[in-house]
Design a protein around this ligand. Sequence first.
Ligand SMILES: NC(=O)c1ccc[n+]([C@@H]2O[C@H](COP(=O)([O-])OP(=O)(O)OC[C@H]3O[C@@H](n4cnc5c(N)ncnc54)[C@H](O)[C@@H]3O)[C@@H](O)[C@H]2O)c1
Length: 249
Amino acid sequence: MTHFALVTGAARGIGLATAKLMLADGWQVVMLDRDGDELQAATKGLAGAHPLVADVAIPADVERARATVAGMTDALHALVNNAGVADFGPIEDTDFARWRRVMDTNLDGVFLMSQAFTPLLKAAPGAVVNIASISGLRASTLRVAYGTSKAAVMHLTRQYAVELGEYGVRVNAVCPGPVRTKLAMAVHSQAIIAAYHDAIPLNRYGTEAEIAEVIRFLCSDRASYVTGQIIAADGGFEASGIGLPALRG
Ligand SMILES: NC(=O)c1ccc[n+]([C@@H]2O[C@H](COP(=O)([O-])OP(=O)(O)OC[C@H]3O[C@@H](n4cnc5c(N)ncnc54)[C@H](O)[C@@H]3O)[C@@H](O)[C@H]2O)c1
């Protein structure tokens, strides 16, 4: 039977890397992104890829995406809620519009997509993987909106896992550490990059492919007894509470 996956934010970065791994495993992959030009370029020549231009934060777009996928398959075996935006700023500069812009995609988008695709996920039954962040596991400066949105995604993950478990639907979250994508490079200065290298036990950023491998595993039947889990792929960052560079040296 042909297995269908849907990956959001699939035009570049972690989402594109994930879609490519799943295509290599023989999945049909609906690659959803709101950036139509980048999506078209990314999917060109990819056998098994189905580009779908939509914004996960707009309910009408989500409904159109659901109807499109329902026209292609009776069952969705994997939904990867990866689309995300980053906006780092001090609390007092984070006005409501900036807060909403982050919540719209990072939290509302995950809720809307997961809810809309629940019937198709039950039919498989399928797996959901939500992309949270190390910024949701540990508080830091300038992330009042971003970090809070990602912490909420982790709890949303557990809510869905507990409620959909009886249907065989598994729901997990992956928390990437820093990866040099367009999203991260827009908010990471050279000083931030150097500080991350010092603070992370593996002393480096991760790659898109390293995050995608964890997502691929959680989507696969090899993870058939794993649900409700929050898994960091972060070079040991979360584990290193007081792993200060000075102490290590
Ligand atoms: N890069 C990192 O360091 C890092 C670390 C932790 C978590 N993450 C998370 O990983 C995920 C992927 O990030 P990335 O670094 O690959 O980013 P990226 O900016 O390279 O790619 C994100 C993609 O999502 C799309 N997108 C954004 N909002 C959308 C929306 N509302 N609807 C549809 N598509 C939308 C963008 O057009 C883009 O193609 C995000 O959820 C991000 O928060 C990234």
